[in-house]
Unconditional design. Structure first.
Length: 126
């Protein structure tokens, strides 16, 4: 994911990170499905979360957003860490929908791209 965003800034970098995640997850859907099931179980979920820690994608997206904010990008007023968490949440929701509706990679990428655009366009502090 880090390589995918190299040389990019702002929204294109965020989209590249999420696109790389989508390609990876679509290639490993059974493993992802099993992992998500464990995460939702009461006892194993807590253990798994401690073991996995924060997804690296959130850290990468947060760094991209901090960089964009420093350059005065439109989302400069938003909290980059909160926005990174929200973007990852949007991605995970799209991935769950992809699994549930048996969508392909291109459909997942389109869902994520559209949702990222809405979130980043409206990402300003009131």
């Amino acid at each position: 994911m880090r390589d995918a965003s190299q040389g990019l800034r702002g929204r294109p970098a965020v989209e590249a990170i999420l696109d790389a995640a989508a390609r990876r997850h679509m290639a490993e859907l059974p493993l992802l499905n099993a992992t998500m099931s464990v995460l939702w179980s009461q006892d194993l979920g807590r253990l798994m979360c401690k073991r996995l820690g924060r997804p690296p994608a959130i850290e990468l997206i947060g760094a991209v957003l901090k960089d964009a904010a420093a350059l005065g990008a439109p989302m400069a007023d938003a909290d980059p860490e909160l926005l990174a968490e929200m973007l990852w949440g949007v991605y995970m929701a799209a991935l769950r929908r992809t699994i549930r509706e048996n969508l392909d990679l291109e459909a997942l990428r389109g869902l994520v791209r559209d949702q990222v655009e809405v979130l980043l366009t409206g990402a300003t502090r009131n």
